[in-house]
Structures are given as structure tokens and as C-alpha cells.
Design a protein. Structure first.
Length: 151
């Protein structure tokens, strides 16, 4: 997915098993952020930044949706533990990460593995991708401010 592309309407199922569609957020901008794993330090910092800036993001017309390949139970614990006010998509079949092009080979300590590249897509009210914050650009501890600063 690139800037100017229309994002898919069906995004997947959330931590409660409910279907999430972009059309559910008509008239709002969506911050669709992909992150590697629930309850890891960087992902927790990013989620908490978005949690702490949630009121400001909502006032600016944004809705936040997180996506990882973790399952519903993992997401429920992550939301509960960090008091997250937004929904998380359980992309266990990896359809969404592949559709958005954020799934690929990563490497840590010389070990190669497949994983999610931390990437945020800002989608406008018409469902068009307006901005992409790439893995190299994402600042986990300041992510809400990063999103708001892009207006």
C-alpha cells in the first residue's frame, strides 16, 4: 500500500472477535498502526503513547486501530494491562500485514525471522492512505505527537 491508495474496507477481527471495517469510521481519519508483538517494550511504549494522546487524537478527528499477528486473548491482556482505549486487530492469518506490505524478513542478533515492520498508515475520511510513517521514522515513545504533527 502506498500514499494515494484506497485502503481495504474489511480490516479483520478485533480482540473481541468483532469485525472491523474502515466504513465503520466514516467521516474520521484512521491511524492504522502495525506493530510486531503485544507486551514487548517498544510496542508497549508505542501503544501507551497513543493511549496518552488519545483524547488529542480524537479531538483532531482521528480514530486509532492497532494491528499485530497476536491472537485475541493476547490483545485482551495487552489492552487490559495498559488500559488501551482503542481496538486491536488480531491478524493471526497475516492477511492484513501482507496486504499492507509490512510483513517480511527481519533480523535480530544475526537470526533471521519473519515479522511485522512497525509502520503507521494515516487514512483519510474517504479511505485513502494520506501518509505512511515508515519503520525507520516511527518514534515509539512520541508516536501520538508524531501523528498529530503531520496535519
Amino acid at each position: 500500500m502506498n500514499v494515494g491508495d484506497k485502503a481495504p474496507d474489511y480490516l479483520g477481527t478485533n480482540e473481541k472477535g468483532g469485525e472491523i471495517r474502515l466504513s465503520d469510521y466514516k467521516g474520521r481519519k484512521v491511524v492504522l498502526y502495525f506493530y510486531p508483538k503485544d507486551s514487548t517494550s517498544g510496542c508497549t511504549a508505542q501503544a501507551c503513547s497513543l493511549r496518552d494522546g488519545y483524547d488529542d487524537l480524537r479531538k483532531a478527528g482521528y480514530e486509532v486501530i492497532g494491528v499485530s499477528v497476536d491472537g485475541e486473548k493476547s490483545h485482551q491482556k495487552f489492552i487490559e494491562k495498559n488500559n488501551l482505549p482503542f481496538t486491536l486487530i488480531a491478524d493471526t492469518d497475516k492477511k492484513l500485514v501482507e496486504q499492507f506490505g509490512v510483513w517480511g524478513e527481519k533480523s535480530m542478533y544475526g537470526r533471521k525471522y519473519m515479522g511485522t515492520f512497525r509502520t503507521t498508515f494515516i487514512i483519510n475520511e474517504e479511505g485513502i492512505i494520506e501518509r505512511i510513517i515508515s519503520p525507520k521514522e516511527v518514534k515509539t515513545k512520541e508516536h501520538a505527537a508524531q501523528v498529530l504533527g503531520a496535519r
